[in-house]
Design a protein. Structure first.
Length: 147
């Protein structure tokens, strides 16, 4: 498992800190909060189509974009059961045929882990991912209390 640990906004080695908390599925919640702060500040539009997508950021965040989830793949579950190394994001998206929508965006709801990858891919040419991570890290920086 890889992880990053921050203290006062700076990366620290895990040996330097007693409390290690794994992210796992928490990243979706944290990324969503950071993205919504970008919406609040007018840097992205919640109801505009995402780059190379036929769905909006709102639909993506609400799991209404029509995207698949790798949990639907029997080969994923078999690989996990065998203890194989995790697939790369590109391999997972290819095996999933992730560009094929499972339903018309906005017409239904279906949990999808792919949404975070889509956000990441769609933001590579812009500031979205970098700005979202910056906002996340500065928000997590604890306030010093002189009292």
């Amino acid at each position: 498992m890889s992880f990053s640990l921050l203290s006062d906004g700076s990366a620290v080695q895990h040996e330097q800190h007693a409390a290690i908390v794994p992210w796992w599925s928490f990243t979706k919640t944290v990324l969503s909060a950071a993205v919504l702060s970008l919406v609040r500040d007018g840097l992205v539009q919640l109801d505009a189509a995402v780059p190379d997508g036929s769905f909006t950021l709102r639909q993506l965040l609400r799991h209404e974009a029509g995207l698949a989830d790798y949990g639907e793949l029997a080969e994923y579950h078999a690989a996990v059961a065998r203890g194989e190394a995790p697939w790369t994001a590109d391999e997972m998206l290819e095996r999933l045929d992730a560009t094929r929508l499972r339903y018309t965006p906005g017409a239904s709801w279906r949990y999808s882990n792919v949404g975070c990858a889509v956000f990441r891919e769609g933001s590579r040419e812009g500031i979205l991912e970098e700005e979202a991570v910056h906002r996340l890290m500065t928000t997590l920086k604890p306030e010093k209390n002189d009292a």
